[in-house]
Write a protein that binds this ligand. Structure first.
Ligand code: SAH
Ligand code: SF4
Ligand code: F3S
Length: 461
């Protein structure tokens, strides 16, 4: 049964592709729509407004969203009053062209114009016109700090954007073109947002930016290792807020990871002992071609200094396989470096040329698809072995978990994260029910490469 156009509640659904920045932007958009009288729908089929928040980072990400847009056309034939929009990186990149070529697409919102979504939707609804807002925005635009508390996906943890855009221009990457130049938000505004979240009982703050270690250094070249770090000051200031218990961030860039940041990281207890530090390649020749201004010695020196201060520190990374001209020797160098750092989590991507980027313009995509696939599989197998070994070593140890919610596989069990971002499941005590956002202590009794299994232990405090 379909509802008719006169139904009282206007319901929206946002489908998100891509990275955490997009998840955060979807949440801001949802909060703004709710503020303007919209109600969340469970899916696109019972929504009056559907927005796809899109990603352009690899060809596959764009293809998924374009396929979904086609499917939405069918829905519009059944429910002609529906409004469809796209936001995010593909909207920024190809929005104008898609708006023209896809009849049922009503609006496109660029990455800096999220605050205008309610106004644009109203206009489309009233006048049945197509609208495009694609100007790059400023870091203080209304909307960047909008949060929803009822129905938030992770009530125990909140993303906070500390900067927009990226000015690094890694040769393979489309992000600087679709997100605009780096603009850091003022520290006061970030701190106010973190305080507000803590007052709403959110214990974990997850700071977001494409290059968080360059926070406050917008558009400057990498600093020397002994330079002061505005990001380190931000971490220390957030740690002072009562109610904030854990601080995480993603992603720092190795070239901006100075000693001051290592100090803040390792000396500030609330900053979780887990770092996602994108490596991209373990070959210095490839790093140069990628326009990543660090070498493997610099990367290792950061990892070693962190481990020296904090032996339990856990590392994850991003790696691209099959970058133009990558040889077997380059690939083996990546494998060795990953082993040496001991990553037990990593996101491995097959190189995908993106139109307009330097590598796509100047370097042939010359590593065959089968070789990319094989290298991808080898790194995944390495990872599984390392993660299994690392997790087995944790059996018998006790950890504090931030409780996330019932486990997806078995609702009788609950799941949480250690400080080092490892997923652990446990069976709650029926006498003392737990909630998302609680902290519990568990002793690890079993481990797989992806999950720890723990038993609740009584709090000694
Ligand atoms: N700002 C983050 C990365 C954002 S994009 C950083 O620099 O750390 C996330 C990851 O996608 C990148 O780290 C990179 O590994 C991968 N990526 C980006 N462009 C790509 C491309 N053209 N092909 C394959 N992977 C890509
Ligand atoms: Fe892309 Fe490089 Fe910027 Fe990361 S730092 S978003 S990889 S250009
Ligand atoms: Fe994709 Fe844009 Fe994030 S291109 S990875 S959604 S910044």
């Amino acid at each position: 049964m379909t509802s008719d156009r006169t139904a009282p509640a206007r319901r929206f659904y946002i489908k998100t592709y891509g990275c955490q920045m997009n998840l955060r932007d979807s949440d801001s958009a949802a909060a703004l729509l709710i503020e303007h009288g919209w109600t969340p729908a469970d899916g696109e089929a019972d929504a009056d407004l559907v927005i796809l928040n899109t990603c352009s980072v690899r060809d596959q990400a764009e293809r998924k969203a374009v396929g979904k847009l086609g499917f939405l056309g069918k829905l519009k034939r059944e429910r002609p009053w529906m409004i469809f929009g796209i936001m995010g990186c593909m909207a920024q990149n190809r929005g104008a062209e898609l708006l023209k070529s896809i009849r049922h697409l009503d609006f496109v919102i660029g990455t800096g114009q999220i605050h205008r979504i309610p106004e644009v939707v109203d206009e489309v609804e009233e006048n049945r016109v197509k609208r495009a807002c694609l100007e790059h925005g400023s870091a203080t635009d209304h909307g960047i700090d909008a949060h929803r508390f009822d129905g938030a996906e992770s009530p125990h943890s909140a993303f906070v954007s500390i900067m927009r855009g990226c000015s690094r221009y890694c040769s393979y990457c489309i992000v600087p073109f679709v997100r605009g130049p780096e603009i850091s938000r003022p520290m006061d505004s970030i701190l106010a947002e973190c305080r507000m979240l803590a007052e709403h009982g959110v214990p974990e703050i997850f700071l977001l930016g494409q290059n968080v270690s360059a926070y406050g250094l917008d558009n400057t070249a990498p600093p020397p290792d002994d330079a002061p770090s505005p990001f380190a000051c931000l971490l220390r200031a957030i740690a002072e807020i009562d109610g904030v218990r854990r601080i995480r961030f993603t992603s720092p860039h190795p070239a901006y990871f100075t000693q001051a940041l290592i100090d803040a990281f390792t000396q500030t207890e609330k900053v979780c002992k887990y770092v996602h530090l994108p490596l991209q390649s373990g070959s210095n020749r490839i790093l140069k071609l990628m326009n990543r201004p660090y070498d493997t010695a610099k990367y290792l020196s950061i990892a070693d200094r962190m481990k020296e201060r904090c032996p339990e520190m856990s590392f994850s990374t991003d790696v691209i396989v099959g970058f133009p001209t990558e040889t077997e020797a380059d690939f083996q160098a990546t494998r060795e470096l990953m082993d040496r750092v001991g990553f037990d989590n990593a996101y491995i991507f097959k190189y995908s040329p993106r139109s307009g980027t330097r590598s796509a313009q100047t370097m042939p995509d010359d590593v065959p698809q089968e070789v990319k696939e094989e290298r991808n599989q080898i790194l995944l197998a390495d990872l599984e072995r390392r993660a299994g070994d690392a997790n087995r070593k944790l059996i018998g140890r006790t950890f504090e978990l931030l409780v996330e919610g019932p486990s997806k596989r078995n609702a009788a069990r609950w799941s949480g994260r250690t400080d080092t971002f490892k997923q652990a499941v446990f069976t709650p005590d029926p006498e003392n029910p737990v909630e998302s956002g609680d902290f519990v202590r568990v002793k690890i009794v079993r481990a797989t490469p992806t999950t720890l299994y723990g038993k609740l232990v009584a709090d000694e405090a």
